[in-house]
Design a protein around this ligand. Structure first.
Ligand code: HEC
Length: 144
């Protein structure tokens, strides 16, 4: 009888040990899978930093210089399509002829710094000189 109890205790201890090992194994297995997930996420995190394939960042990267057409349509057209404030209309060759005679350097200068009814940078100081100049080119190309 005493012998049987000891066998039972050993079995119980083995069962507890086995369960413990099983839990430990599962715990380490889930740790591994968490690491694996982190590892798998890492490359896309790096891609985001490089601005390649990640919504928000792509937007930030895309917000580089505006194209001439975007600058024109977003601002300049409000006066240069309508002739508001006496602005020479885009495409109006007669209106632009005397202005073109001043030379491009002067047109750039007047667009960036303003002249009479023409506000500096069309009224948006956030535009770079290059953006304004490309918009001037865009107007002039249609007005020669
Ligand atoms: C608020 C109205 C308004 C906006 C906006 C505007 N312009 Fe003008 N612009 C004028 C007026 C008015 C003139 C004529 C000024 C004059 O000669 O009296 C003019 C003249 C010009 C000239 C000729 C300057 C010269 O020396 O003959 C250029 C080039 C020009 N604008 C480019 C632009 C560009 C590029 C933008 C957009 C970034 C822009 N303008 C936005 C009103 C505007």
């Amino acid at each position: 009888m005493k012998h049987n109890i000891q066998v039972a205790r050993i079995l119980a201890a083995a069962a507890v040990l086995g369960l413990g090992l099983l839990i430990a194994a599962q715990a380490s297995a889930s740790t591994v899978s968490a690491d694996t997930i982190a590892e798998r996420l890492k490359p896309s995190g790096e891609l985001c930093l490089q601005g390649m394939d990640c919504g928000g960042v792509v937007e930030a990267v895309a917000a580089g210089p505006q194209s001439a057409e975007d600058v024109y349509n977003g601002l300049c057209m409000s006066c240069h399509d309508t002739g508001a404030a006496g602005a020479p209309k885009r495409g109006d060759k007669d209106a632009w002829a005397p202005r073109l005679e001043q030379g491009m350097a002067t047109l750039y200068d007047h667009s960036i710094n303003g002249i009479r009814g023409m506000p500096a940078k069309g009224g948006n100081p956030k535009l770079s000189d290059e953006e304004v100049q490309s918009a001037v080119d865009y107007i002039v190309e249609a007005s020669r």
